[in-house]
Design a protein around this ligand. Structure first.
Ligand code: FES
Length: 135
């Protein structure tokens, strides 16, 4: 890793951790999910409002290292306005690309915690809708 790339990486992480986008909660929300990084106990919660099958509002909250919080902040910007199907399609490589440079294996769980939470939430909604369709 070159020094220059490392410094850009730190800038993106620092910028989002100092000025997180979409930080907070939504009450009511159409779905909420939270999870913990078992390695460190850090937590992320994501609340989403859905309109016409699109993510109309999204907020994250919780506590954790700069990488986990910045990654969740970046993720909320990626997800806002997307359809639920598009959110399901957000892959870890796409998120890591937005973060800017390769994340070390030791930090990978930090960087992906928000994505894990969002995916669990959006798949939960689908299961709930499927269950309703069967009624
Ligand atoms: Fe806990 Fe990064 S050290 S999420």
């Amino acid at each position: 890793m070159s020094f220059g790339t490392d410094s850009i990486y730190r800038e993106i992480i620092l910028e989002h951790s100092k000025h997180p986008r979409n930080r907070g909660t939504l009450d009511p929300a159409d779905f909420t999910y939270e999870d913990v990084n078992p390695m460190c106990g850090d937590e992320i919660r994501i609340d989403v409002r859905v309109r016409d099958d699109h993510v109309s509002e999204i907020r994250f909250s919780g506590r954790g290292c700069a990488v986990s919080q910045a990654s969740a902040s970046i993720l909320t910007e990626m997800a806002e306005g997307k359809t639920l199907a598009e959110v399901k399609g957000i892959g870890k490589d796409e998120l890591l690309d937005e973060i800017g440079i390769p994340v070390s294996p030791a930090r990978m769980k930090c960087a992906l915690l928000g994505l894990k939470v969002l995916k669990a939430g959006v798949y939960g909604v689908d299961h709930a809708n499927a269950a309703l369709d069967e009624v």
